[in-house]
Design a protein around this ligand. Structure first.
Ligand code: SF4
Ligand code: SF4
Length: 389
């Protein structure tokens, strides 16, 4: 178990050599080291063994339904916003075995728990909105009376290297959701990449005893006043660059008071019910469970995989699906995310990362949908049945 007790100390490491030392130190402690890499035209999180795996000099251009990588004019290692992956895929994997059952020759059935992930995880490049998303999922998976043991053990052992964003994406709105862009807590180390006139050096803040201990093994110097001021300026500049905004005052009641708003039908005309928004969302957590057996019929297993409230099957109960229409499914997603999530878990289910906007194939924009509801509140509170609960 790693020691996450808070500490605060500011140092500076070199850009490329500092990241290489960080990767080496984490790997040397037995971590599976994960960070941003380029794959299939996007920046995604995957195993990293070298600073050369990082997308140096690349950035992303994002808008509703659009994502494109472009060259920057420098060699920044973290000069991009969030991509289609979130750290959810490692803490709450898309497919996870739950158990297997085997019937022996004597007819006795034995049950075995699924194998755990073999190595503890280290994440390099966790943004502030993503730290908040992890904290949201902590409440879901381990904040109540039923603790998901697999999640809890992966989370407890995870080493988090956060990054203060140096550039907001075109669909980011963390400032509106009060989840960024500055990382504040919940990390072991936090990096701020300084502009090229500072040689691209990285200011490192320790956030835990484990982070401070790891930093001891990496060449570093105390941060100067000029470097600390530059780091603060980076975050302040990013806060002023948000591609989107969302007015959150009274948002819970706005959603709950408008179940029959005509806007739900308008969005349903565009929505494909593909579920992309839920797959890329770092807080969505819904799953389905399937049993399977081998051809001999002697061995069976149960797996849990990500599911989406946009599928018809998701709300299937005896006799049919509760939410028959796209309208009811989009409304369910948005109302849970921004309203009933607050009742359930004490926070919004949205951290303003913008992924659902970027990766929606038809460019449906959560901020625009909320603005539309707000601009013309409930005109049809007692309106016609919309074909779904
Ligand atoms: S709802 Fe959209 S913007 Fe909010 S956290 Fe999920 S993916 Fe990000
Ligand atoms: S809102 Fe967009 S991403 Fe989500 S289900 Fe509809 S079409 Fe797919």
């Amino acid at each position: 178990m790693i020691d996450h007790s808070p500490t605060r100390e500011l140092s500076v490491i070199g850009s490329r050599e500092g990241i290489q030392s960080l990767v080496d130190a984490l790997a040397g402690q037995g971590y599976r080291v994960l960070g941003p890499t380029m794959k299939d035209g996007a920046i995604v999180y995957d195993d990293v063994a070298s600073v050369d795996d990082f997308p140096a000099g690349w950035t992303d251009r994002q808008d509703a339904g659009r994502y494109q990588l472009e060259r920057r004019g420098d060699a920044a290692l973290f000069g991009f916003a969030v991509g289609p992956h979130s750290w959810k895929r490692f803490l709450h994997p898309p497919v996870e075995g739950l158990f297997t059952a085997h019937e022996g020759d004597d007819g006795v059935v034995t049950f075995s728990p699924a194998a755990e992930m073999p190595r503890k995880l280290a994440f390099i490049g966790v943004r502030s909105c993503e730290l908040h998303a992890i904290q949201v999922q902590d409440r879901v998976f381990s904040g109540g009376p039923c603790v998901d043991q697999g999640y809890a053990s992966r989370r407890q052992d995870a080493f988090i290297v956060a990054v203060n964003c140096g550039q907001a994406g075109g669909t980011c709105f963390c400032v509106s959701m009060q989840t960024g862009p500055a990382v504040e807590s919940g990390f072991d180390l936090a990096l701020t990449e300084l502009p090229q006139d500072f040689g691209g050096a990285l200011v490192v803040e320790t956030g835990s005893t484990a982070g401070a201990a790891l930093l001891e093994g990496i060449p570093h110097q105390p941060a100067t006043d000029a470097q600390m001021a530059a780091a603060q300026a980076v975050v302040a500049h990013t806060a002023g660059q948000m591609g989107r905004s969302m007015q959150t005052d009274g948002i819970r009641n706005l959603l709950l008071d408008n179940p029959h708003h005509p806007r739900w039908a308008e969005v349903a005309d565009r929505c494909l019910s593909c579920g992309n928004c839920t797959m890329v969302c770092p807080t969505c957590f819904c799953t389905t469970v399937e049993d399977h057996s081998d051809l001999s019929g002697n061995t069976a297993g149960r797996i849990r995989s990500w599911d989406s409230c946009f599928t018809l099957d998701f709300s299937y109960i005896h006799g049919g699906s509760v939410r028959q229409t796209r309208q009811s499914r989009y409304r369910q997603w948005l109302t849970h995310k921004l309203a009933s999530w607050i009742d359930q878990f004490g926070t919004s289910g949205c951290v303003g990362c913008g992924r659902c906007i970027t990766w929606c194939p038809v460019g449906i924009d959560i901020t625009a949908e909320v603005a539309a509801l707000r601009a013309a509140p409930d005109t049809a509170r007692h309106g016609e049945d919309d074909g779904g609960a």
